[in-house]
Design a protein around this ligand. Structure first.
Ligand SMILES: Cc1cc2nc3c(=O)[nH]c(=O)nc-3n(C[C@H](O)[C@H](O)[C@H](O)COP(=O)(O)O)c2cc1C
Length: 188
């Protein structure tokens, strides 16, 4: 599979590293675009060199690179994941405002009826955020917010991230090995 990964400047940018590693484990070819906002958030939230993120992807593009293959619908992909998705990037996707390569790639995926999965992150959510999420959903995006999960014993930050990554990849019918689903209740 070929999957575009967009990383925007919401909190939780390091989740994208786990996402890219899971995609590599699943033999997906990845096309990464990281916004300026994401680079700032990365520098403020994590000590991990951002090169680790770039190295986890197969192809990396600057947000200003409108000549990149992912800017055209003639380059066939299986879709796109935006993780995390800032409220600004959500607004751009929901309104077709393609003012950087991430937004253009999402616009292209939607016009070509390809899967677009958004991992929107803001707390609390205001009306404009909720409206834009509904608009994006109506346009065909899957909205998969990075919510805490308690039913599967995810008791560390990494296991919470793994759960979100698993839920995101399920949208592409990929189940990572470390994903812990609900297993039901044993009857006595
Ligand atoms: C440390 C930090 C955390 C942020 N967290 C969020 C967030 O959770 N959600 C959000 O929508 N914006 C957040 N922002 C603001 C965005 O980075 C900002 O709106 C930026 O313009 C988004 O641009 P982009 O979508 O092109 O990356 C944060 C900024 C910083 C510096």
């Amino acid at each position: 599979m070929r999957i575009i990964v967009g990383v925007s400047g919401a909190s939780g940018v390091e989740m994208s590293l786990s996402l890219l590693r899971a995609l590599r484990n699943a033999n997906c070819e990845t096309y990464l675009v990281v916004t300026e906002g994401a680079r700032l958030t990365w520098s403020l939230e994590t000590d991990i060199p951002i090169e680790e993120l770039y190295n986890a992807a197969d192809h990396v593009y600057a947000e200003s690179d409108y000549a990149a293959v992912i800017a055209s619908g003639s380059f066939v992909t299986d879709g796109m994941i935006v993780m995390p998705c800032s409220m600004k990037t959500l607004a751009g996707i929901a309104n077709g405002f393609a003012e950087n390569l991430l937004l253009r790639a999402a616009d292209v995926c939607l016009k070509e009826n390809r899967r677009v999965v958004l991992v929107p992150r803001e707390i609390p959510l205001g009306r404009v955020h909720l409206r834009n999420m509904l608009s994006a959903c109506e346009l065909g995006c899957a909205i998969v917010p990075p919510m805490l999960t308690f039913y599967n014993g995810a008791d560390s930050l990494q296991s919470q991230i793994d759960t979100v990554v698993g839920k995101v990849l399920m949208q592409f019918n990929i189940i990572p090995d470390n994903f812990k689903p609900w297993r039901g209740v044993e009857e006595n």
